[in-house]
Design a protein around this ligand. Structure first.
Ligand code: ZN
Ligand code: ZN
Length: 397
């Protein structure tokens, strides 16, 4: 059979499964669950994959809502993984569209499996069920447990707005916790006896505000005063700040960490406070893989999905970033709102994730990623090339 005709045959197969996948996406959407507590979404996926001939390892890496599903027609050179996410956000629900991510992972998986089975393709197909993307970094925990070992290439779709694209770099981040400790005193009668921790917090924000003139344009620093005194009659003895710091390059992130630390230390010195400063590592930025992304771009074009040129940067972060530094990824962002850019984590995005354009997103994404996997199984050299690209890129990190 000619190659494109063969791919079309499996696109038709996906179409025949689409209503079932859409039901799963809607079920997950109407049962939003927070990270590491995605019990219903986890169960429906494990059951679906088992029913469809995958061997499912539950509680992967000791995480109660992580799984690894494997299908093999016969052993072969490559192991390709499709990645699923299914956690929701507090209050607002599935405003990041992870219900579409998990349904797409299932759709991609059954489409590739059908191809491997009928065409007798050697190799291994894996679905990685990864919890807690929004908070908790499930993929990083799985990396620490070596659960990604043996995987040669990763396919992962995230819904987006505006035109469909292949993701470029995203940001590396750190969380910041600062606590200034001063000394309480009566604000009117004995202010000279007090050491004002809120003053230190104010100076920190002034200092980091001035720092912005001397950083690159991708420097992102946010912060809130979590506590800054109990009563106006008392000099605040404690002020705590929570913040986050992000930028594209890890070397810049280290540099900015030290400069932000000095702002906090300087504020403490100027006010006579003590200070405790903590930087907690966040997600590492995504390392895009051009080799794999170009294969996927061609497939998106073949199924007539408009795709943005290049691989645009974005200012978000995701826990796939850490994994993308070890295993080459193909990360299409497929649109659920083509008109213009809107923000995810909003009510509008949540509602779109449960609309007909969400269903279309599953259809387009599953086909594009399944076709990409077919190309990789047919030409394992592409994966070698992708690994070389990743090694080279990590050398200049
Ligand atoms: Zn999100
Ligand atoms: Zn997301």
């Amino acid at each position: 059979m000619e190659k494109e005709a063969m791919k079309l045959r499996y696109d038709d197969y996906l179409d025949s499964r689409l209503d079932e996948l859409w039901k799963i996406a809607q079920y997950v959407h109407s049962n939003p669950e927070l990270g590491f507590k995605e019990v219903k979404a986890y169960r429906i996926q494990c059951d679906f994959l088992r029913k469809n001939g995958f061997v499912v390892e539950e509680n992967l890496g000791g995480l109660s809502t992580a799984y690894k599903a494997v299908y093999q027609y016969e052993p072969g050179e490559l192991t390709i993984a499709v990645v699923s996410e299914y956690d929701a956000l507090p209050q607002i629900g599935h405003a990041c569209g992870h219900n579409l991510i998990c349904a797409t992972a299932l759709g991609t998986a059954v489409q590739i499996k059908k191809y491997m089975e009928e065409q007798k393709v050697p190799g291994t197909l894996v679905v990685m069920g990864t919890p807690a993307e929004e908070f908790g970094g499930g993929k990083i925990k799985l990396l620490e447990k070596n659960a990604w070992d043996g995987i040669d290439a990763i396919l992962f779709m995230h819904p987006t707005s505006d035109t469909t694209r292949l993701a470029g770099e995203c940001m590396s981040s750190k969380r910041i916790k600062i606590k200034f400790k001063g000394k309480s005193a009566h604000a009117a009668s004995h202010p000279s006896k007090g050491v004002n921790a809120l003053n230190a917090a104010n100076l920190y924000f002034v200092a980091t505000g001035l720092l912005r003139q001397h950083t690159k344009s991708d420097f992102r620093l946010s912060g809130i005063i979590e506590s800054g005194g109990e009563s106006t009659g008392l000099i605040p003895d404690i002020a705590s700040i929570e913040g986050s710091l992000s930028c594209f390059k890890l070397s810049d992130l280290d540099d900015y960490t030290e400069r932000v630390r000095k702002c906090a230390e300087g504020a403490a010195i100027a006010t006579g406070c003590e200070v405790n400063i903590e930087f907690i590592p966040g997600y590492l930025g995504r390392v895009p893989n051009k080799t794999l992304s170009e294969v996927c771009r061609n497939e998106l074009i073949s199924i007539e999905e408009p795709v943005m040129d290049g691989m645009p940067y974005d200012y978000g972060g995701e826990d796939l970033g850490n994994v993308s530094r070890v295993i080459p990824i193909c990360n299409p962002y497929v649109t659920i709102f083509p008109d213009y850019k809107i923000s995810n984590h909003t009510e509008q995005f949540r509602d779109l994730a449960n609309s007909s354009s969400g269903k279309r997103c599953i259809q387009v994404s599953s086909k594009a990623m399944a076709r990409t996997a077919m190309e990789l199984f047919m030409n394992p050299d592409i994966v070698d090339e992708a690994k070389k690209e990743l090694n080279k890129r990590m050398q200049d990190e």
